[in-house]
Design a protein around this ligand. Sequence first.
Ligand code: AMP
Ligand code: ZN
Length: 459
Amino acid sequence: MTIYLHDTRKGKKVPFEPLKDDEVTMYLCGPTVYNYAHIGNARPAVVFDLLARVLRRRYTLIFARNITDVDDKINKMSAETGKPIDEITAKYVKAYNDDMAALGVLPPDVEPFATHHVAEMIEMIRALIDSGHAYEAEGHVLFDVSSYADYGSLSKRNLREMIAGSRVEVAPYKRAAHDFVLWKPSTPDLPGWESPWGVGRPGWHIECSAMAAKHLGRTIDIHGGGQDLVFPHHENELAQSRCAHGGEDFARYWVHNGFLSIDHEKMSKSLGNVVLVHDLIKTIPGEVIRLTLLSGHYRQPLDWSKETIDSARRMLDRLYGAVRGIDVSDSERREAEIPEALVAALEDDLNTPRAMAEFFGLARSLNKATDADERRRLAAQMYAVGDLMGLLQSDPDDWFAGHGESEMSAGTIEEMLEKRRSARAAKRFAEADAIRDELAKAGIQIEDGPEGTTWRRVD
Ligand code: AMP
Ligand code: ZN
């Protein structure tokens, strides 16, 4: 079987073939640390965490996700609050990692900080100047876009569209409006490093190019990020990396996630609808947030709303309901085989809706199964799928105890009744009674009659 990924540069889904046979390198643009991550920022973190887990089944993966800890937005925050820059960045790096961990995002293999790589950035800028791809002007160093014929090949834009479509800064020291900054001068009140062009700081794009080359090599397999990064950020990373490395390719596959909206509106400060992960995790279990983010295909737009969250919560109730009460050892869980169709769905450009349908198929088989060994085998399989997808990480009893206040859905009730029928048929009466008690606790009264079991909600 082959892994397929949608490559932005080719504009289609293609078979994934890494540079080396057994090792894959992946770089994801990480957060700029001046405030808490919002739920849109969490989408790439969760999507690429899942991709990393899927790749690790087959390959040794080196996954780098950087921290942008030098940026004008950070400087502005420091000026506004009077707090030192290090204090701000340290606080939000920790908050980011804690918040992502709550969503089941595993730490990357490498977490490079931009401020620890200024020497590499300076080296790269020097190589660009030496090869005629960059020029110095009034303490700035700019990339000369006209020197690179393939500029626009990733975002499929021509130069006129690029200038019209983005707020390129027109500055007197630029030879052309679309030339972008590699280095800029710093005044004493701003972070600055000694360089051949005076005391200054790097532009944003050069950071990722330098850190990717340092930790993953000149040509990486996968470069990821949100769709908004295709232009200009990734187009610029691509241009400067190739030009600094004598034309060698930078990333073999470019993978971008779609955007997340809030109740069908763009999330923005001016609309006052920015939802922070830090706040969400106080009231919504991390797995519900994770599954909401994975419920649609990663390339599609995703709407964050009460309905999408409730639907993910109900899905998890069904999954936890199926494995509840079945003892599975750690080794059974580790060794259980993941159904092939489910792996195939994930390896098909991370088709999470199809993978979830397979997951529910497994839950249905488990609910119907009567043989104790078979039930343990299926439950172990469900946990193994959970471990792959970053779900089912809680004890089922804790899961239900944690949010007993939410109304049990009809689907969950029907599934529990199905389980109870199976338990009774197999003469596991204690289990059948436990299910009835659990339903009663959730305000569901059941009645056994000649036609089967009926249920109703009671206050
Ligand atoms: P930023 O800190 O703005 O550079 O964003 C960090 C990451 O979050 C980037 O990969 C962005 O593409 C991504 N991102 C930002 N907003 C959204 C959104 N509303 N939906 C999905 N991804 C987003
Ligand atoms: Zn980047």
